[in-house]
Design a protein around this ligand. Structure first.
Ligand code: PEP
Ligand code: MG
Length: 567
């Protein structure tokens, strides 16, 4: 059987399926008859021992990979050993005859409610840990085995409905050979992370969890988007051959990786990298700057809002790793598909059109202020610039700049060093700011176009919804026209503009963008060699004429066919 989906991170692999479903269960209020207290106490005790064992194993394996993450589970063990909690569960069984699952759930719910009301966000954040521990106990009581992506026993292809950013943040990169999800488009965060980690991935595959069984052999072709279930010997051999060809092609492009990006007529193009964590391992020769540092992952990997000190050290660390190259720090872009387990975000019918990113930060001024202080302080240690996501108007820009002024003023009073001339820029992701790019350019030092969101908002298509992925046309003539307009306006005002959305990492699109005047592209590490190879094959003149023709074609299909013919 062959399934088809949207290939979002290239590669060809074979491996066993690892079905990943986050555990959820409904606990009914149920009681046992008096006289069976001992039996149910024993069931609880066995579950507690099992939970401790699971956590010990998890901590031991994580200690090797990431000692910081191991600490989360050490804290979970402390909860499991908390006398007050454990006594209350025992009492619920012995005095109220609640069945163990009901006893566990009601006691944890009580604690979660009390902690959730705490004013101190650090205490309130503990509710996420309590939920995790409660779920662990309930799963064990149900007799289900643990499914966790942070430590896998062998190399597997992960199959899931969707991977949450919190799953991908802790994913065991060594043992995930491939990713298949039912949900998600090419710019969903699972896709971006898969590309960042160079894990072949196909998303938007209908009903994967129904047809793929745990442990089933899969041949994953993340170039064509085809997944063969229990492949025959013939398909196994064909897959091996295709994988070899793919690797050879990658090797041919690889020779461009560490060279500066140059067009055939010698125009240098700045290559930025997009990073999503303070740890990244990209050779300094491969890139010219960090064009997009997505800071939300710092918030998502933690079980609490990162403090100013934690952020300051993380940002300083990124500057260190970038070895003197400019780092563009994007302020928190949460909301939409990205949530924080410890922070209650408003429930919205249309979260992508709701209070996300800058809107959320402007509304949570203290949280924003802490991030800005940390970024400003880090700017004393290297070339850091700040960029705001989801800007929709000049008002947004002015409010964000005001927040920076307030943070600067405070640091000055405290005599803490920072770069007074730090550059402030915006992401252009919403048509309402794109169409006044001339005015926006006067307000900021630079801009970077987030084509993932710009496509979503220009084409009115949810970037996460596979059923409308055909409408998500980031190479449509409409997109090319609006991009051309943005570049022209910024260049006229003498302000730098770049593209850091996924379009910049598409080799054919990169050529067209350069033809429309762009001189800086920022992308996932996985795309650098391919883009540099494509740029080396064309002159600026050719790029200009490709751009002109494509902007005057009628459909995205025509653009793609035309580019395939010429590049
Ligand atoms: C974008 O929207 O193009 C972008 C780079 O931001 P993100 O993908 O993080 O929303
Ligand atoms: Mg965006």
């Amino acid at each position: 059987m062959i399934l088809k989906g949207n290939p979002v991170s290239p590669g060809i692999v074979m491996g066993k399926a690892f079905l990943y479903k986050a555990f959820t269960c409904e606990v009914l209020a149920s009681y046992f008859e008096k006289g069976h207290e001992e039996k149910y106490t024993e069931i609880l005790e066995t579950a507690l021992t099992e939970a401790h064992l699971e956590l010990d194993e998890l901590i031991a394996s994580l200690n090797f990979i990431d000692a910081e993450k191991a600490k989360i589970f050490v804290a979970h063990k402390e909860i499991l050993s908390d006398e007050e909690i454990i006594d209350m569960i025992h009492n619920a069984i012995n005095k109220e005859q609640k069945r163990p699952d009901f006893a566990v759930k009601s006691v944890f719910d009580e604690f979660i409610e009390i902690l959730g009301k705490a004013k101190d966000p650090l205490i309130a954040a503990r509710t996420a840990d309590l939920r995790d521990v409660c779920n662990r106990l309930l799963r064990i009581l149900k007799g289900e085995k643990e499914k966790n992506l942070s430590s896998l026993p062998e190399s597997v292809i992960v199959v899931a409905q969707d991977l949450l950013p919190s799953d991908t943040a802790t994913i065991d990169r060594v043992h995930v050979a491939g990713i298949i999800t039912e949900a998600g488009g090419s710019t969903s965060h699972s896709a971006i992370i898969a590309r960042g980690y160079k894990i072949p991935a196909v998303v938007g595959v209908p009903q994967v969890l129904e047809v793929i069984e745990d442990g089933m052999l899969l041949a994953l072709d993340a170039i064509s988007g085809e997944i063969t279930l229990s492949p025959s010997e013939k398909v196994v051999n064909q897959t091996r051959e295709k994988a070899e060809i793919f690797i050879r092609q990658q090797e041919a492009e690889e020779k461009y990786l560490s060279k500066p990006a140059m067009t055939a007529d010698g125009q240098h193009i700045e290559i930025g990298i997009n990073i999503g964590s303070e740890e990244f391992d990209v050779s300094l020769e491969n890139y010219d700057s960090v064009g997009l540092f997505r800071t939300e992952f710092l918030y998502m990997e933690n079980n609490h809002l990162p403090t100013e000190e934690e952020q300051f050290h993380a940002y300083q660390h990124v500057l260190d790793l970038a070895g003197g190259k400019t780092v563009t720090l994007r302020t928190l872009d949460i909301g939409g598909d990205k949530t924080l387990q410890y922070m209650q975000l408003p429930k919205e019918d249309n979260p992508f059109l709701g209070k996300r990113a800058l809107r959320l930060c402007l509304d949570n001024s203290e949280m924003f202020h802490i991030q800005l202080r940390a970024a400003l302080r880090a700017s004393a240690y290297g070339p850091l610039q700040i960029m705001f996501p989801m800007v929709g108007s000049i008002d947004d820009i002015r409010r964000a700049k005001l927040a920076v002024s307030v943070a600067k003023e405070q640091l000055r009073a405290e005599k803490k060093p920072f770069n007074e001339d730090i550059k402030l820029g915006i992401m252009i992701e919403i048509p309402s700011i794109a169409l006044i790019a001339d005015m926006a350019a006067e307000e900021v030092d630079f801009a970077s176009v987030g084509t993932n969101d710009l496509t979503q908002y220009l084409c009115a298509v949810d970037r996460m919804n596979p059923s409308v992925s055909g409408y998500y046309q980031d190479l449509s003539p409409a997109m090319l026209r609006i991009l051309n307009f943005i570049f022209e306006q910024f260049h006229t005002k003498g302000k730098p503009v770049s593209v850091c959305g996924e379009l910049a990492g598409n080799p054919a699109a990169a050529v067209v963008l350069v033809g429309m005047g762009l001189r800086k592209l920022s992308m996932s590490e996985a795309n650098i060699a391919r883009v540099k190879a494509a740029l080396a094959g064309v002159t600026i003149e050719k790029g200009i004429s490709l751009g002109e023709v494509c902007r005057n074609l009628s459909t995205e299909d025509e653009v793609k066919v035309y580019l395939e013919k010429y590049i």
